[in-house]
Each structure stands twice: as structure tokens, then as C-alpha cells.
Design a protein around this ligand. Structure first.
Ligand SMILES: [Zn+2]
Ligand SMILES: [Zn+2]
Length: 624
């Protein structure tokens, strides 16, 4: 690794990171053996492997991978020792000038320009360390494995372009990614998992199945739900709404913006200014505009001197719900008040972090705020967990856990009385135990304003998905001076619970697409049945069948194309439609339909009424 890291960071490198970083050196050695003019820049371990950035005239393509891997295997067999060397600044500079540093030998006329720059970044007086394996010597603080023989279970993954330390002005480099594991079995497992993940990737499936679209003209991270994705979202919302109704929630609707002052009171502004939308952080841009446009000038000046009351796109729904609670006189008999909204919020995520539905800039939370007495917190938390359990088990997600963020017992930074905290924490613990959910307790991880429950789902291929939270809050009721009249006829402060257990509909749908590999259960499928007449002769009968299904509330379409029935079946399967009904002479005569399921064998001919009764039951019961 060529970029400096603090010694503490180095010490924190795990065994696997140490191995992977060593593989980056082996990869560099191999590339230099093939292309001696390569100039190496920076090569750290990363989450699933490692990379090295370098400048090279030859454009590496996946066709080169085999050759590079073969050379890497050779280097592993040679069992070179990784040797640490401390050198002086002058020595380091001389080695870089001669091309030796980050090279296999001296390269007259080809100094190691990135290494020279990196040496300059090392503070005076600090030891300059190198690691050498075989003929390759690199500026590096380590640590490394002992010998290159450890680096044999490696695979090159992809190549992309990059910039030296992310700086566009320094010219384009190539970035070659690889992965490595301690054992051959682990490497193979990882590659199988990647294949599986690729097959399930919601970005690809979302496009293929026409579920959603992201358009540069609208903006990055802003999801456009297409009609089919919209049907999935509606089915999901209907399901969650039904469960919320059963639990006594009231649905509310609030606007997408609010006055700046509202967020000052809630503390979201300026505290979360960085992630707020529109980004006040881009004041420079506004100021440039202000020179050209008087309206902008008013805005910018107003923001600076505090006279202009701006509006913000809401980053959270809480302040709006709080104002609904506060709009009426509340007595203890009214509590708990449970306000739910599929509330759309906007946050300014850095563009580098955006991708598909999992990281977005506008998203709709399955949000709700509960206002209750301190004694009601426990029952409300159990209700929240109950709902999550119901929804996840309906979706066949049985592998999940919760993380409880609790108070640091030795700190006094928390708002709310210690007795209430004790009660709330005990309630959370009790709730997860009653529901038999796997959980971990993290002391000191609670926000200053209340303990929290996070949900993490493990998907079918073993990846963790962080969903949403249930958060107890003693702070906002204070900031907004919320009150209710107690049985004792005096005013009390309610406790608030924020809950958006599935996070956002965008992220959750992304997870569902991958979880089901696009094969949604019938109740969630955008199209549940497709009617396939064998030929035009049966088109009229097929239309009648389609109408009857639609009248029964089934999402159905008719393939009236002149394709052969085999092709029609293939198309319907590609679109992951659960049921296909084939209609020919025999079926029309007998008033039946030949039923095929996308995953099962031919289910045979059934009277249409029977099929309708079966599929409507399946949809109603939300069977998997
Ligand atoms: Zn290194
Ligand atoms: Zn909230």
C-alpha cells in the first residue's frame, strides 16, 4: 500500500485485509513482469478484496486477467518473503527517481512519479517504510503476510478507470480489482455468491421487469416507479396499512416541505444541514446565481442574516406529525395517539453512494409516530415488533435479528429521567424476548434522546440488509413542549416513538426484488395471470376468461399476439408471471383452463371457477 495510514489504522488491519493487501503487491509484481513501465499509485484492501491503481499505456481488459493471474500464481509458488525495510527520506527519493520504488528494478528515465508524490506527503521526521517481495519493492507501511505462498487463492474481478487519490486533475489511472481468501473453498463460495447476487441484482431486474427507472434528467437517486413497480408498492402499502389499521393507527398526510424554523425547533436544522435537501452546502452555487438573479440574491442574503424564512424539503416527517398531535387538546384518555404516513422525505446523499433503490435521495418511509404516556411505551414497542414480525414472516424472511441500542450506564448525557429509560430498555428487551427474535445489546449506542431498535435482515444469499428502526424519543416532546392532561388533572409530557421498521419503500422493494429474484409471490406480482390462446380462433373465449379474472380482482392480461404458444409461455416466464392459462379447443369446449405455474409442473386443466377461487384465496391470504 502506498498511501500513508496512521499506525493505529495499520494495526487494525484484520488477517484477511493483511492477506488481501499482500495480494495487491503480488498483483503489482505480476503486472510489472508483463509491462515493466507500469507506474503504481495506491493499492489498499477493500471490503471484498483489494485493488491497485496504476498508470499503464496498455489498457487492461478482462482478456488480460488470465495472464496476470498465471503470473501471480507463479509468484505465490516462488514463495517470496515480504521483507520490511526502513529507509531515509533521501534514500526513498533516490529510489523513486530511479524508478526502483514501485518497480522491479531501476527504470532510467521513468521515475516513480506517484511514489515521489506520496513521499512528499509523509511528514518530516517520520520513518519511511518499504516492503520488498522478490524483485518488487514498494513504499508501504504494511502489515503483510510472511510469504507470497499465502497469496494463492486469488481472483481478478474487474478493471475500471480511476484518478490518482481521487483527484481528476491528476489524469486517469487504471484500477484493477481482485479478491483473495485464506482457502480455496472460501474463494469458491464467494464467487458462487457473487454469481447469485448478480442474478438477483435489483438494478438489473428492475430494468428487465420494468419496475423502476432512474433518469439523469430528473436526478440521481430519485426513483421513478414504473407501472409494474407501482403495483408492487401499492400491494405492499395496502398490506402494511391493513396491519396498521388492526393496531389502531390513524393515517395522516402531510406536505413535502416545511418552514426552516420548524426544523430549527426540531433540531434537524442546522444539525443535519449537510444531508438536507436542497443542499445549503452548495451556497457557492447559490451565490454565483445571486450575482445574476435578484430573487436568488434575496434568498442568499436572507439565509445569511436570518431574515428570510426559507422552506426546506422535509428530511423527516416527525415535525409535521408533532404539529398534528399539538393541534388538539390531549388528555391521557386520548393516548396513545398513533399517526402513520407513507411519508416521502429527501436527503442529500453524496452522489458516489447512490445506486439503484438502496441509496436514494428521495424516499418514502413507512413512517409513524406514537405519542404515549411513559407507562405505555412498553406495550407500544411490543406492538411495533409484532408488526415487523408479521410482515417479514409473510414475505418469507425468517432470518433477521434486531440490534438494541441502549444507554451507557456511566454517562449522564441523556435526556429523560433514568426511571423512564430503565422502563423503556426493559420493555425493549422484554419485547424481543417475547417475540423470540435474535438480538444483540449495544451499550452506549443509544442516541442521547432515547433507546432504539434496528432491524437487520439476512437475505437468501447471506447478505445483511439494514432495514429501519423503532426509536424512543424523550427529546422532541420537550423541544416542541408537547403536553397532555393526566388523570391527576395536571399537564404531563408525552413520550414519542418514531417507527419506520422497513426503512423506506424504495430500499425494501430493492431487497424484495433480490430476495425473490423477481419472482414475487402472487399477491405482490404486478401481473398475476396471463391468458394464452393457442390460436386466433380462441381469442374471443380468451377475452371472456380475461374479463372474468379481472372482475374477480385478479391482475390479468391477454397475449393476443400471433406467436406460437411455446413462445407465449416463454415470454410470460421471462416476466416472472406466476400463472399462465392456456386455452385451446378442448378447454373452450369444456369450460376449463390449462394451468401452468412459472416454477411448477403443468398443473393440468381446471374449471375456470375453480381456478378463480384458488387464486383469489392465494392472493387474499398472501401465500408465498
Ligand atoms: Zn503495501
Ligand atoms: Zn420521526
Amino acid at each position: 500500500m502506498s498511501e500513508r495510514k496512521t499506525l493505529e489504522e495499520r494495526a487494525q488491519m484484520t488477517d484477511l485485509e493483511r492477506l488481501r493487501h499482500s495480494c495487491a503487491h503480488v498483483m503489482a509484481t505480476a503486472i510489472l513482469r508483463i509491462w515493466p513501465d507500469a507506474q503504481f499509485a495506491y493499492g489498499p484492501p477493500i471490503e471484498n478484496g483489494f485493488y491497485y491503481d496504476f498508470d499503464l499505456k496498455h489498457r487492461i481488459t478482462p482478456d488480460d486477467f488470465e495472464k496476470i493471474e498465471a503470473e501471480m500464481k507463479k509468484i505465490a509458488k516462488e514463495n517470496q518473503k515480504f521483507e520490511y525495510k526502513a529507509i531515509t527520506r533521501d534514500e526513498a527519493k533516490a529510489m523513486a527517481e530511479s524508478g526502483r520504488l514501485g518497480g522491479l528494478s531501476e527504470r532510467p528515465g521513468n521515475p516513480s512519479r506517484f511514489k515521489l508524490d506520496l513521499i512528499d506527503k509523509i511528514p518530516e521526521g517520520e520513518t519511511i517504510s518499504c516492503f520488498q517481495n522478490g524483485e518488487f519493492i514498494d513504499l508501504c507501511a504494511g502489515p503483510h503476510v510472511g510469504y507470497t505462498s499465502k497469496c494463492k487463492n486469488v481472483k481478478l474481478m474487474s478493471v475500471s478507470s480511476s484518478f490518482y487519490l481521487g483527484d481528476e486533475s491528476k489524469g486517469q489511472l487504471q484500477r484493477l480489482y481482485g479478491t483473495a481468501f485464506e482457502s480455496k473453498e472460501q474463494l469458491e463460495e464467494h464467487l458462487v455468491r457473487l454469481e447469485e447476487a448478480k442474478k438477483r441484482d435489483h438494478r438489473r431486474l428492475g430494468k428487465e421487469l420494468q419496475l423502476f427507472h432512474i433518469d439523469e434528467a430528473v436526478g440521481q437517486g430519485l426513483i421513478l416507479w414504473k407501472p409494474k413497480g407501482g403495483l408492487i408498492r401499492r400491494a405492499l402499502q395496502d398490506f402494511i396499512t391493513q396491519e396498521l389499521d388492526k393496531q389502531g393507527y390513524s393515517q395522516v398526510f402531510t406536505p413535502h416541505i416545511g418552514k426552516l424554523d420548524l426544523y430549527r425547533t426540531s433540531g434537524h436544522f442546522p444539525y443535519y444541514q449537510e444531508s438536507q435537501y436542497p443542499p445549503i452546502a452548495e451556497r457557492d452555487t447559490l451565490e454565483k446565481l445571486a450575482d445574476e438573479d435578484a430573487t436568488c440574491a434575496t434568498l442568499v442574503n436572507g439565509l445569511s442574516d436570518g431574515t428570510f424564512e426559507g422552506y426546506l424539503l422535509k428530511p423527516m416527517n416527525c415535525p409535521h406529525h408533532i404539529k398534528i398531535f399539538a393541534s388538539e387538546h390531549r388528555s391521557y384518555r386520548d393516548l396513545p395517539v398513533r399517526l402513520a404516513e407513507f411519508g416521502t422525505v429527501y436527503r442529500w446523499e453524496q452522489s458516489g453512494e447512490l445506486g439503484g433503490m438502496t441509496r436514494v435521495r428521495g424516499f418514502t418511509q413507512d413512517d409513524a409516530h406514537l405519542f404515549c404516556t411513559p407507562d405505555q411505551v412498553s406495550a407500544e414497542l411490543i406492538g411495533c415488533l409484532d408488526l415487523v414480525k408479521k410482515v417479514l414472516s409473510t414475505l418469507g424472511m425468517h432470518n433477521y435479528r434486531v440490534r438494541l441500542s441502549l444507554r451507557d450506564p456511566d454517562s449522564d448525557k441523556y435526556v429523560g429521567s433514568p426511571e423512564n429509560w430503565d422502563k423503556a430498555e426493559a420493555a425493549i428487551r422484554e419485547a424481543v424476548q417475547v417475540l423470540g427474535v435474535d438480538y444483540t445489546e449495544e451499550l452506549g449506542e443509544a442516541a442521547f434522546y432515547g433507546p432504539k431498535i434496528d432491524f437487520v435482515v439476512k437475505d437468501v444469499i447471506g447478505r445483511d440488509w439494514q432495514l429501519g428502526t423503532v426509536q424512543v424519543d424523550y427529546n422532541l416532546p420537550e423541544r416542541f413542549k408537547l403536553e397532555y392532561v393526566g388523570a391527576d388533572n395536571t399537564t404531563h409530557r408525552p413520550v414519542m416513538i418514531h417507527r419506520a421498521p422497513f426503512g423506506s419503500l424504495e430500499r425494501f422493494t430493492g431487497l424484495l426484488i433480490e430476495h425473490f429474484e423477481g419472482k414475487f409471490p402472487t399477491w405482490l406480482s404486478p401481473e398475476q395471470v396471463r391468458v394464452l390462446p393457442i390460436s386466433e380462433k380462441f381469442l374471443e373465449a380468451a377475452e371472456a376468461v380475461t374479463t372474468q379474472l379481472a372482475e374477480a380482482g385478479v391482475r390479468v392480461s391477454l397475449d393476443s399476439s400471433s406467436d406460437k404458444v411455446g413462445a407465449k409461455i416463454r415470454n410470460a416466464r421471462m416476466e416472472r408471471i406466476p400463472y399462465m392459462l392456456v386455452l385451446g379447443a378442448k378447454e373452450v369446449e369444456e369450460g376449463t383452463v390449462s394451468v401452468r405455474h412459472r416454477d411448477k409442473e403443468d398443473l393440468g386443466a381446471k374449471p375456470l371457477e375453480q381456478f378463480i377461487a384458488e387464486i383469489t384465496a392465494e392472493i387474499r391470504e398472501r401465500s408465498l
